[in-house]
Design a protein around this ligand. Structure first.
Ligand SMILES: O=C(O)/C=C/C(=O)CC(=O)CC(=O)O
Ligand SMILES: [Ca+2]
Ligand SMILES: [Mg+2]
Length: 426
């Protein structure tokens, strides 16, 4: 039996709609009130398995001591064989028919922590953050609104996985509030720019992959080898200030409009756990240049949702309204192509680098991954369950993203990434 076998069962009770069955085993960094030291854990059902405890007990050996650690970086740096061996061993220890942990009440009490008691931290030390732009639907929508509806897709888009170097310092773990930025804006009709709080605050639904092992400066990663460098994926909200963005980003790209906060989910789902959900992506026509060419299915059937929970400011209730349902399989450029393109110049990448997919929009109007698109730049406000309307985000609003791959009777999921909007500094 492999660690992905749908028939595998754990002695830990796992509900069918849980994101964390034994087929998933995502990695994260947590602490508890009783033990504030940060360490590596794996999610299983409603529990967190403390890998530092297992390592100390001699039950888990990744090749070096890497789990009593405040980030996944030392573990990721060991490479794909170590990731796979560790996941297989954790799977074995959690199986319903393995007695080691199941029948040792003392060890279970030390190694299994209720998720409700775990404080989740940023799982990786992020040295570099790159954001791609790989949804054809998203690029077409924004091009139609901000540029020319007749030539919405720019001429380079079908040839290059377009991206920009983002800001790593402001990446935060889900649950961290996000403060509305102040900045410069200029309405097309205004004579001069003005300074003040962003009035078009938006989210961007993205996933991101994490580089497990990088490449040396000057040594590009060939597209066929790229997946061996990728440790896993997270959900990501690339918060965006649309009014700041429109004024500042010509010609060098986003700067303050996207650097004030980026939220990622605390659990990193391994590429190995996602493998059963591999599926064909869109046909690439024209054929990409040889350094980007790949065979076989390159997409993943990953269902994604965004919910908005309005704040108290406008007298609304606190119901969540799902405002977007989409799927990662719509993405035009694959993660391997993104990484091959990123390094083809000789640029190096490092353990812990974060690579955003770009906003994930699908073909249907309710599958767009940003308010900019869902409300068509504020022209068509959304009505929420409590009756409130939204063109862009208001102070107090909570944006919640979730996503999962549906197996036969189980889900391989990412949990949630949320963030509440705080008022701008006065
Ligand atoms: O097309 C534009 O002018 C702007 C696009 C974005 O703001 C999106 C961006 O950050 C990349 C992405 O998320 O796809
Ligand atoms: Ca983005
Ligand atoms: Mg951002």
């Amino acid at each position: 039996m492999t660690a992905n076998d749908p028939a595998l069962r754990s002695f830990v009770e796992v509900a069918p709609d849980s994101h964390f069955p034994i087929q998933n085993l995502p990695f994260g960094v947590f602490s508890t009130a009783a033990d504030p030291a940060r360490r590596v854990g794996v999610a299983i059902g409603d529990l967190v398995l403390d890998l530092a405890v297992l390592e100390r007990a001699g039950l888990l050996d990744a090749g070096a001591p890497v789990f009593a650690c405040d980030s996944l970086n030392p573990f990721m740096a060991l490479g794909r064989d170590a990731w796979r061996r560790t996941r297989a061993r954790v799977s074995e220890l959690l199986r319903h028919d393995t007695a080691t942990l199941r029948d040792d009440a003392g060890l279970r009490a030390r190694a299994l922590v209720p998720m409700a008691e775990a404080v989740m931290h940023l799982p990786v030390r992020i040295g570099g953050y790159t954001d791609f732009y790989s949804s054809r639907e998203h690029a077409t929508n924004v091009g139609s609104m901000f540029r020319d509806p007749k030539n919405a897709l720019l001429p380079n888009w079908l040839h290059i996985p377009i991206g920009y170097n983002g800001r790593a310092s402001s990446v935060v773990v889900g649950g961290t509030p996000i403060r509305r930025p102040n900045g410069q804006t200029k309405a097309p009709t205004a004579e001069a720019p003005s300074f003040g709080p962003c009035r078009k605050l938006d989210f961007e639904l993205e996933t991101a992959f994490i580089v497990g092992r990088g490449n040396a400066l000057g040594e590009p990663i060939p597209v066929g080898e790229a997946e061996a460098h990728i440790f896993g994926m997270v959900l990501m909200n690339d918060w965006s200030a649309r009014d700041l963005q429109q004024w500042e980003y010509v010609p060098l790209g986003p700067f303050n409009a996207k650097s004030f906060g980026t939220s990622i989910s605390p659990w990193v789902v391994t590429m190995e756990a996602l493998e059963p959900f591999r599926t064909a992506g869109p046909v690439q026509d024209p054929q990409p240049l040889p350094y980007l060419r790949q065979d076989g299915p390159q997409g993943f059937d990953l269902h994604l949702e965004v919910a908005l929970k309005p704040g108290g400011g406008d007298g609304g209730g606190d119901d969540e309204t799902t405002i977007c349902r989409t799927n990662f399989r719509h993405m035009y450029w694959s993660m391997a192509q993104q990484l091959a393109h990123h390094t083809v110049s000789g640029c190096d990448t490092r353990t812990g680098d974060l690579m955003g997919s770009g906003t994930i929009s699908g073909p249907e109007p309710d599958s767009f991954g940003s308010l900019l698109e869902l409300t068509w730049n504020g022209q068509k406000p959304l009505t929420l369950a409590g009756g409130q309307t939204r063109a862009f985000l208001e102070d107090g609003d909570d944006v919640v993203m979730t996503g999962w791959c549906q197996g036969n009777g189980y889900r391989v999921g990412f949990g949630r990434v949320s963030g509440q909007v705080l008022p701008a500094r006065g």
